[in-house]
Design a protein around this ligand. Structure first.
Ligand code: FA5
Length: 335
């Protein structure tokens, strides 16, 4: 019996020495000290021994039980301390984690590019309110109250006389009220219309342009816009001026560029015409000059308003304007 006790002791201690984690120690504790474990089996055997050897064998088996209990306890403690220590250390061999890098929204990038093109031509930048008085958004721009021309822009009303501006043209009036000619400004900003499909969103961005001085002619408008188009798109991009109507310009023209998707041969994007509209423009209407106290006999000027999303869609070949506003980082990260 003494040899059996010695053998269990040896096996338990050498298995414990090899245990590398707390789970291995716990498994060994079950194997040796559990209810059906090897030490319990020894203790059961003791009771069946002849009475003269029973006390000594019982004593030895109980000493073994105590010894192994403390050995397992000590091993558990040692391994737990070692695990806690490693948890706090830095593994310098692990690969680094890449930080997601922020970037400007594609529309911000395109708007900046548009503004830089005009600033290089001597324009300065002005800004104005997005919640706008009916007077600046419509009336001073020669849209009389109740006039059907107001239907051209589906308006969000804040109250009877206050609207979310439907275009950046109010900045024409606000600028001329504050300054005397010569005027040469652009006004970038958000505008709002009750509109939503693959080429229209309820909030979009425009860049307005206004030039006023003595002797400004339609040919100046053509020269500035051609120079702009050739900076933003390819230098040989064709453009054309198509007669149009705006209450605050006369004559008025919309500017089309040769379709950048099909090089003018006709495709789905340009409705098989070979041309794409990018902006509205015209010579400032004398009624607008009168509203701001400029003498229409002395001064002439031109104005234009372009859609930033439209330019961005053409530049990058995007066929649905809503992509810009869905906040999908996989889409936005490409620009
Ligand atoms: C105007 O807003 C005039 N204020 C432009 C102007 C300025 C004319 C100065 C003359 C002188 P229009 O409604 O066509 O015009 O809009 C101009 C551009 O805004 C369009 O060519 C188009 O690119 C863009 N646009 C219009 N509605 C939307 C919309 N819902 N979503 C996105 N872009 C739009």
């Amino acid at each position: 019996m003494k040899d059996r006790i010695q053998e269990v002791r040896q096996n338990a201690l050498s298995a414990l020495e090899e245990a590398r984690d707390e789970k291995a120690v716990a498994d060994l504790a079950v194997r040796f000290l559990g209810r059906k474990g090897e030490v319990s089996a020894l203790l059961r055997e003791v009771s069946s021994l002849p009475v003269e050897v029973r006390p000594e064998a019982g004593q030895l088996a109980n000493i073994l039980k105590k010894e192994l209990s403390s050995a397992f306890e000590a091993a558990e403690k040692r391994l737990a301390e070692a695990a806690a220590e490693t948890a706090g250390t830095l593994d310098v061999t692990l690969p680094g984690r890449r930080l997601a890098q922020g970037r400007f929204h594609p529309l911000t990038q395109v708007c900046d590019e548009i503004c830089r093109a005009f600033v290089r031509m001597g324009f300065s930048v002005v800004e104005g309110p997005e919640v706008e008085a009916d007077y600046y958004n419509f009336e001073a721009l020669n849209f009389p109250p109740e006039h059907p021309a107001r239907d051209m822009q589906d308006t969000f009303f804040v109250s009877e006389k206050v609207v979310l501006r439907t275009h950046t043209s109010p900045l024409q009036v606000r600028t001329m009220e504050k300054t005397r000619p010569p005027v040469r400004v652009i006004a970038p900003g958000k505008v709002y219309r009750c509109d939503s499909d693959i080429t229209h969103t309820p909030m979009f961005q425009q860049v307005e342009g206004l030039v006023v001085d003595e002797g400004i002619r339609f040919s100046d408008l053509k020269g500035v816009l051609a120079a702009f188009v050739h900076q933003i798109f390819a230098p040989d991009t064709p453009l054309r001026f198509r007669p149009s109507f705006f209450p605050f310009t006369e004559p008025s023209a919309e500017v089309d560029i040769g379709c950048v998707m099909c090089d003018g041969s006709g495709c789905r994007v340009c409705g098989h015409t070979g041309w794409l509209e990018i902006l509205g423009s015209g010579m400032v209407h004398p009624a607008v000059f009168e509203n701001v106290g400029y003498d229409p006999e002395k001064y002439t000027g031109f104005a234009f308003g372009l859609g930033v999303e439209r330019i961005a869609m053409l530049k990058y070949g995007i066929d649905d304007i809503r992509r810009f506003y869905e906040n999908d980082a996989r889409f936005l990260g490409q620009f």
